[in-house]
Structures are given as C-alpha cells and as structure tokens.
Design a protein around this ligand. Sequence first.
Ligand code: NAD
Length: 261
Amino acid sequence: MTTELAVVGAAGRMGSAVLEAATERDGTTVVAAVVEPGSEVVGETLEPGEVTAIDDPTAAATAADVFVDFSAPEATVEVAEVSARTGTPLVSGTTGLTDTQRSTVDSAAERAPVLRASNFSVGVNLLDRLVALASQATDGGFDIEISEAHHRHKVDAPSGTALMLGETAADARGQSLAEVARWGREGEVGERTDEEIGFQVVRGGGIVGEHTVHLCGPDEKLELTHRSLDRSIFAQGALKAVEWIVDRPVGRYDMEDVLFG
Ligand code: NAD
C-alpha cells in the first residue's frame, strides 16, 4: 500500500529533502505540496516528484493520508488545527514554537495522531539516550554545557535539539530546565553554579547541524557529539515516522516511539 503525503513547507530546505526522499522510497508518494500563502511558487510544479504547489492545508488534507510538516511555527499551528478537524495524522519537525503554540499542536493529538520531534535522525535520538545515562552517572561532580552549530539561515536559537538534550540532562538530574538553563554568557557573569546547564550557539555557512553535550569534571571531560552531514537523515527519519503513524490511534507520539517502541 502506498501512503500519500501532504508536505507542508514543501519549497523549503527540509521540504525539498522530503520530496526527494519520498520519490526514492517505496511505499510513499507526495500528493500535495503546501507552500507559504503568497509565495511565487503557488501553482508551479515542484521538483522532485512533480507536485503542484498549493497554499491551502485543508485542501491538502482531503488529498493525503498524512501531513509531513517542516515549515514555520504559525504554519504548524494552522496545520495542526486542520489535523484536529479532519483527523489527518501529523508528523511535524518544525522547531522554535512558543509554549502556547506547542500546546495548541499537542492538543490536536486529542483528535488525530500527532508526532512532533525536534530531530528525526537516529543518531540524535541515540545521543539523547546517552545524555540521560551520562548526566545521571556524573551527577554531583560534572558540569553540563550544551553547544550547537547550524547554517546561517536558521531562525531559532538554541536549536530544538539542543533544548531537547537540555531537557533530558535536567530530567536525569531531577531538575527543571526552565530553572537551570543559562542562555549564553557575556561580561562579568560570575562563577557558574553547580546546577546550571549552559547553552552556546554558533551560526554560519552551510552547517547542517552539530550538537555537543560537554560533561566537565574537575580532572576529566566527556564530550558527546552528533554531526549531521546531510538533511536527508531528517527526511528519511520523518518518512519512517510517517509509515509508523499512519495506522496509529489518536494520540501524541515522538521519535522515541518510532525508534525504540
Ligand atoms: P526553510 O526556511 O528552508 O523552509 C521553511 C519553509 O516553510 C519555507 O519555504 C517557508 O516559505 C515555508 N512556510 C512558511 N509559512 C508557511 C505556511 N503558512 N504554509 C506553508 N509553508 C510555509 O527552513 P528549513 O531549514 O527547511 O527548516 C524548516 C523547519 O524544520 C525549521 O523549524 C527547522 O528548525 C526544522 N528542522 C527540523 C528538523 C528535525 O529533524 N525535526 C531538521 C531540520 C530542520
């Protein structure tokens, strides 16, 4: 059976990667390419896959089995509302959502299967598990810092993945990330506290995505690093999530469910 996809943000970097991955993968085909309203590509044929770009997610829902969304927070909220109305499953990788936007998307999971992941790669999801283990094992002696680097076009910072890793480290130590996060440092900042988890951000060039969790003890340092070499890893992961979610009941899922059950 072929799963028919509506790709939201189809003209973007990740949207294009999903179009490409879907044409190469057996069992998936793109039937709707949703782009930003007012975009000059509306009505044009997008490559690869030769799908006509439209700007109406409701029309896309009637054509497709599943939404795959890599767009912008406002668009993700709109698509989640369409999912809630139509029951169309949603796989979303868009990052930078506010708490309110995130809870709107999550509430769509009461009426449709919704899978949100700040990173669809196998490697980062494994890294997340290692971070939980390492943070717990080094509690009471090792300071945690998280650094990330991305291409110059990325609009949110720190990345959704860095925040996910921070949440994992904080949870493993019984902390709340909101209370211990330290967003960069500048000037006379004083000594770091034992509790804080610091975040540092690099933006430049074409870096696809790099994340390092630094666990710094008094006389030793552990670094856990993931480097994304190509966007296709996120697109392939998202398609794996599509295949996984298509027959699931209504509910909220994440990439851990897909990869680790
Ligand atoms: P991009 O800017 O290249 O593409 C985003 C696209 O969304 C643009 O073409 C934009 O016009 C479009 N868009 C905006 N509003 C829209 C609307 N209302 N309807 C339809 N399309 C709309 O960005 P990108 O690099 O492709 O990243 C997109 C998102 O995916 C970002 O939030 C990024 O952080 C995230 N991302 C997630 C993962 C992951 O694994 N979860 C990986 C890479 C990127």
